[in-house]
Design a protein around this ligand. Structure first.
Ligand code: PMP
Length: 289
């Protein structure tokens, strides 16, 4: 596998960063996860836009324009002959001292990895997923804006540990006020009648690219879509619940904390959105070859 590292394509064994990199020492950096479908990189501009914005918020100079990042991404996909897979962009603060001062880090490291994608089993798309509510509270959005997709993912990792220990693959995260934020690596949606709601970012949700696309598709289907504050009341009384994410796409949730959601089966709105989203990613995207 060839990895893009600081302007060059290198073999995996040579794709290494310093132990003094603040990405490693402090989680000081940003990242993105993007998918390539049949040679089309889906929503690459949106993902790179979010990467650049995240970097700007943490005062990290990536040292590359969006166009240069697009070219490097296409080059990395081509070099690996990958037409279907997952692209990870990582930008670290770079090598510095053991102290916190980011201004002592010489130069940001830009890494692009193109790999096979780890998908949820197909069975979960057909029959739905069971999740739990994590005891781990979502980071306070006033402390670390959830719109910044930073390398600080411990909050999510701790929630994921709870999910796996409970025998499920995802979990619902609440914020410190008890409002629903998102899942550990996906956004959450509730369907009730003709309404589709998802929590606003200030509740602790990442502004997911899939979330935005799904909201557009749902509006086209005639649903009334909004970003609305919700508690688990909305989940318990929902007709349908589903999660969205680049890797997950749209995936139905049929149970929370061993209690069924709606009639305990994937609902018609979710199934329609799964199809519509798959059609959208098949049509959209920047060509690899
Ligand atoms: N929330 C979190 C915490 C995430 O890490 C992700 C990405 N895996 C998402 C939501 C979904 O975002 P996107 O649709 O942009 O992949």
């Amino acid at each position: 596998m060839k990895i893009y590292l600081d302007g060059k394509l290198v073999e995996e064994k040579d794709a290494v960063v310093s132990v003094f990199d603040h990405g490693l020492l402090y989680g000081d950096g940003v990242f993105e996860g993007t998918r390539v479908y049949d040679g089309n990189i889906a929503f690459l501009e949106e993902h790179l836009g979010r990467l650049l914005d995240s970097a700007k918020v943490i005062a990290l100079d990536i040292g590359m324009t969006q166009e240069e990042l697009i070219a490097a991404t296409v080059e990395t996909c081509k070099a690996n002959g990958i037409e279907n897979g997952y692209i990870r962009h990582v930008v670290t603060r770079g090598s510095g001292t053991l102290g916190l001062n980011p201004y002592l880090c010489k130069k940001a490291s830009v890494i692009i990895i193109v790999a096979d994608i780890q998908l949820y089993p197909q069975e979960l798309y057909e029959n739905g997923m069971r999740i739990i509510t994590a005891g781990t509270i979502r980071n306070m959005s006033e402390a670390l804006n959830p719109r910044v997709k930073s390398l600080n993912y411990l909050n999510n990792v701790m929630a994921k540990i709870e999910a796996i220990n409970a025998g499920v693959m995802e979990c619902l995260m609440l914020n410190s006020q008890g409002y629903v934020a998102e899942a550990s690596g996906d956004n959450v949606f509730v369907v009730k009648g003709n309404k589709l709601i998802t929590p606003p970012t200030w509740c602790g949700a990442l502004e997911g690219i899939t979330r935005e696309k799904v909201m557009e598709l749902a509006r086209e289907m005639g649903l009334e879509v909004s970003k609305t504050v919700m508690t688990r009341y909305e989940i318990w009384t929902a007709d349908e619940v589903f999660l969205t994410g680049t890797a997950a796409e749209v995936i139905p949730v049929i149970e929370l904390d061993k209690r069924p959601i709606g009639d305990g089966k994937p609902g018609p709105v979710t199934l329609k959105l799964i199809d519509a989203y798959r059609k959208l990613v098949a049509d959209d995207g920047i060509r690899v070859a």
